[in-house]
Write a protein that binds this ligand. Structure first.
Ligand code: HEC
Length: 250
C-alpha cells in the first residue's frame, strides 16, 4: 500500500512539476518559446506561409480548408483565392471542403529527400512549439549535404532550407575554449527579411502548426465556461428540489 501511495505521489508530482526544457537532437537545451493560438492575425499569416512554402511537400491530412478558415475568421472566398493551390488526383484544384493534402507520393519523397516529408498535422504536439521554432531558424550552409544545408536542431535533416530567400544563409561557427565547444549561427548572406522579421514569420508558422495540432483548443475555453455556468445553475436547482422534498420530513 505504501508503495502504491508513493507511486501515486510520484506520478502526481511528475504531472504537476514543470518538465525540463526541450532539447535539440544534439542534446542542447533550446530557449523555450510559447505559441499564441489566440492571435488570429498571426494564425492567418502562418496559414498563408504554410500553403506557400510548405504544402508542396507537407500535407495536413487532419485539417480541412473550410474548418481552418472558420477558426481563423476567413471567408470561403478568401480561402479559395489565397489558400488553394493544390490539385487533386484528377488535376482539379482542391475544394474548400477538402483535406489539406498534397499530391506528393511517398515513394517520390523518399527518392528525392531520402525521407518522405511527413504529414505535419501532429508536429505541433509531437515536437512542440519550441522545437519547431528553433528548427526553422537553424539551417546553415553545409556543402557535404545533398541540398547544401544542415540544421543544428535536427542534424542531417532531409529537408532543404525552403525559407532561405527570406532568412538568407547562415554559417556555423564552432569555437573551442578550454575543451568547451560552443556553436553559433552567423548570418553570412542576408535574405529579403531582417532577422527580426524572419523570426516573426517563423513564429507565425509555429503558431499555425500548434493550432493545427489541436484545433479544438480554440473553442475549449468557451465550452468550459458554459459547462461551469450549467453546473452552477444545476446545483441551485438540485438544492431547491432537495429542500422541497425534505420540507415535510423535518
Ligand atoms: C522540398 C520539400 C519540403 C518543403 C517545401 C518543406 N519541408 Fe519540412 N521536411 C521535408 C522533409 C523531407 C522532412 C523530413 C526530414 C527528415 O526526417 O530527415 C521535413 C521535416 C520537417 C519537420 C520535422 C518533422 C518531424 O517531426 O520529423 C518540420 C517541423 C517541417 N519539415 C516543417 C516544415 C515547414 C514549416 C515548412 C514550410 C516553411 C516545410 N517543412 C517545408 C521536406 C520539406
Amino acid at each position: 500500500m505504501k508503495k502504491f501511495i508513493s507511486g501515486m505521489l510520484l506520478a502526481l508530482s511528475a504531472a504537476v512539476l514543470p518538465v525540463s526544457g526541450v532539447l535539440a537532437s544534439t542534446g542542447v537545451e533550446l530557449p523555450p518559446v510559447k505559441a499564441n493560438i489566440h492571435d488570429k492575425q498571426s494564425l492567418q499569416r502562418g496559414a498563408k506561409y504554410f500553403v506557400n512554402y510548405c504544402m508542396g511537400c507537407h500535407s495536413l491530412g487532419s485539417s480541412r480548408y473550410n474548418r481552418v478558415a472558420q477558426d481563423l475568421g476567413l471567408s470561403p472566398e478568401q480561402v479559395k483565392d489565397n489558400f488553394i493551390f493544390t490539385r487533386d488526383d484528377d488535376g482539379e484544384l482542391q475544394k474548400p471542403g477538402d483535406l489539406m493534402t498534397n499530391a506528393m507520393r511517398k515513394k517520390y519523397g523518399e527518392a528525392v529527400f531520402g525521407v518522405a516529408p511527413p504529414d505535419l498535422s501532429l508536429s505541433g504536439r509531437l515536437r512542440g512549439e519550441t522545437w519547431i521554432y528553433h528548427y526553422l531558424k537553424s539551417f546553415y550552409a553545409d556543402r557535404t549535404r545533398p541540398f547544401g544545408v544542415n540544421n543544428t536542431v535536427f542534424p542531417n535533416a532531409g529537408m532543404p532550407h525552403v525559407l532561405w530567400e527570406l532568412q538568407g544563409l547562415q554559417r556555423l561557427e564552432v569555437k573551442e575554449e578550454h575543451g568547451h565547444k560552443t556553436e553559433t549561427l552567423v548570418l553570412d548572406q542576408p535574405g529579403k527579411l531582417s532577422p527580426a522579421k524572419y523570426d516573426e514569420v517563423v513564429m507565425d508558422l509555429t503558431n499555425f502548426l500548434v493550432y493545427v495540432g489541436e484545433p479544438s483548443k480554440l473553442s475549449r475555453p468557451t465550452i468550459g465556461i458554459f459547462v461551469l455556468i450549467f453546473l452552477v445553475i444545476f446545483t441551485a436547482v438540485a438544492y431547491l428540489l432537495k429542500k422541497e422534498y425534505w420540507k415535510d420530513v423535518h
